[in-house]
Design a protein around this ligand. Structure first.
Ligand code: ADP
Length: 376
C-alpha cells in the first residue's frame, strides 16, 4: 500500500459540503493543510464560532471521507474558530465551537462507561514535575493492583512517549477507535504519537479542546479503574475545557515548595472548584534534596511549604517527593522510577500517594452522574 498524500486527503475532503453554501469545504478555504504521519492524518476545519455546534456533522463527514482513502489508519479532524471579540481568555466559548469536543446535543459531558475514575494532574506552572508525577502516579496505581491508563493532555509539550519509553504510532482495529499504546502494563495516549515532534503546531482554543476530547473519546481504553490525565501546565483554556468536558473525578495539584505561593493565587484550585471537580490534594515535588554522595538531606527550597499551604487551604496533603537525580534520569530516560526501582524509597513514596488518591476517590461520587457548571 502506497503512502497517503496530502492531495489524496484534500481530494477526499472536496466531497464534503458546507451545509450553508452547498459548496465543498476545500474550495471554501475552510480546511487547513493536513498533517500526515505514516497513515495518521490530522487537519482542522475553520468555522465561525457561532456555527461550531452545527458543524459537528460536517467534521464527522470529513473524518469519514478521509478514512476511506486507502492507507489511512486514523483521522483527527478538529474544528477551529477565532475567539469572538471581547471574550476573555479564560472563558469557554458560549457555544462550544468544538462540538466534536465531546458535548452531546443535550450538553452532557463525555460518556466513558469503561473508565471508573478520571483524575487530572495539574500544576500552576510548567517545570514543577507535573508530568513526572503523572507518569509515576499512574504506574504506582498500577503497582497497587489497579487498572490504570495515562493520557497526555499536555499537547503543547507532550512528554509521555519519552517518559514511558514508547515509540511508534497507534493503530486501529475497527477503523473507528485508536488502540492506546502500551508499556509497563498501562495504556497510554499522547498527541506526541500522532504528530512529529518537529512539526510546529499552533493550537487555538477550540482545536485544543477537540484534540483532547478526541484522545479520550476516540481511544479504545477498555476497562480502567483510573485514567490519569497529565494536564497542560497552568490554568488557561485547555485546562478549563478539560475540567468542563471530561468527567473528572478529581484533580491532584503538583507544586514545588517554592512555587506553592503561586498556588495561593488559587487559580488552579479555583478553576477546579468552579467546575465542581474536587481537588484530591497537593503533592510537593522536589521537596528536599538528598545528597547522593553523603545522604545528607537539604531543604533547599524550604521543604514543607505545600503541607502547610494544603492545611491552610483545607486540602489534603498527598505526599512529598524529593529532588533526586534518579527520578530525573529515569523519567527522562523512559524508565520511570516506580517501575525501574519498584522497591526503592521513591517508588514507595509514589505508591503511598497513589494509595491516598485512591482512598480519596472512594469517597468521591462516581463520575457517572456528571453535573455541569459553567464558568461565567
Ligand atoms: P512539568 O510537567 O511540570 O513541566 P516535568 O515532569 O517535565 O515537569 O519535569 C521537569 C524536569 O524536572 C524533568 O527533567 C524531570 O525529569 C525533572 N524532575 C521532575 N521531578 C523531579 C524530582 N522529584 N527529582 C528530580 N528531577 C525531577
Amino acid at each position: 500500500m502506497g503512502q497517503v498524500t496530502k492531495d489524496q486527503v484534500i481530494d477526499a475532503l472536496r466531497t464534503v459540503a458546507d451545509p450553508d453554501s452547498g459548496r465543498d469545504i476545500v474550495s471554501q478555504g475552510m480546511v487547513s493543510e493536513p498533517t500526515l504521519r505514516e497513515g495518521h492524518v490530522l487537519f482542522s476545519i475553520e468555522v465561525d464560532v457561532r456555527r461550531g455546534a452545527a458543524f459537528e456533522p460536517v467534521r464527522a463527514a470529513a473524518e469519514k471521507a478521509v478514512r476511506a482513502v486507502p492507507g489511512v489508519l486514523s483521522v483527527t479532524a478538529v474544528l477551529t474558530a477565532e475567539r469572538p471579540a471581547g471574550q476573555p481568555a479564560g472563558a469557554p466559548p458560549a457555544q462550544p465551537a468544538a462540538a466534536g469536543g465531546g458535548r452531546t446535543p443535550g450538553g452532557q459531558k463525555l460518556e466513558l462507561p469503561g473508565i471508573r475514575h478520571i483524575i487530572a494532574v495539574a500544576s500552576g506552572k510548567g517545570g514543577v514535575g507535573k508530568s513526572t508525577t503523572a507518569v509515576n502516579l499512574a504506574l504506582a496505581l498500577s503497582a497497587n493492583g489497579l487498572r490504570a491508563g495515562l493520557l497526555d493532555a499536555d499537547i503543547y509539550g507532550p512528554s509521555m512517549p519519552r517518559m514511558m519509553g514508547i515509540s511508534g504510532k497507534p493503530t486501529t482495529r475497527d477503523g473507528k477507535k485508536l488502540e492506546p499504546m502500551l508499556n509497563y502494563g498501562i495504556a497510554v495516549m499522547s498527541i506526541g504519537f500522532m504528530i512529529d515532534e518537529e512539526t510546529p503546531m499552533i493550537w487555538r482554543g477550540p482545536m485544543v479542546q477537540s484534540a483532547i476530547t478526541q484522545m479520550i473519546r476516540d481511544v479504545n481504553w477498555g476497562e480502567l479503574d483510573v485514567l490519569v490525565v497529565d494536564m497542560p501546565p497552568g490554568t488557561g483554556d485547555a485546562q478549563l475545557t478539560m475540567a468542563q468536558q471530561v468527567p473528572l473525578s478529581g484533580a491532584v495539584i503538583v507544586s514545588t515548595p517554592q512555587d506553592i505561593a503561586l498556588l495561593d493565587a488559587r487559580k488552579g484550585l479555583n478553576m477546579f472548584r468552579k467546575v465542581d471537580v474536587p481537588v484530591l490534594g497537593i503533592v510537593e515535588n522536589m521537596s528536599y534534596f538528598v545528597c547522593p554522595a553523603c545522604g545528607h538531606q537539604s531543604d533547599i527550597f524550604g521543604h514543607g511549604g505545600a503541607r502547610e499551604e494544603a492545611a491552610r487551604l483545607g486540602l489534603d496533603f498527598l505526599g512529598e517527593i524529593p529532588l533526586h537525580m534518579a527520578i530525573r534520569e529515569t523519567s527522562d530516560g523512559g524508565h520511570p522510577i516506580v517501575m525501574s526501582e519498584p522497591d526503592g524509597l521513591h517508588a514507595l513514596a509514589y505508591r503511598a500517594i497513589a494509595t491516598r488518591v485512591w482512598d480519596t476517590l472512594a469517597g468521591v461520587t462516581p463520575r457517572q452522574a456528571p453535573r455541569i457548571v459553567y464558568v461565567s
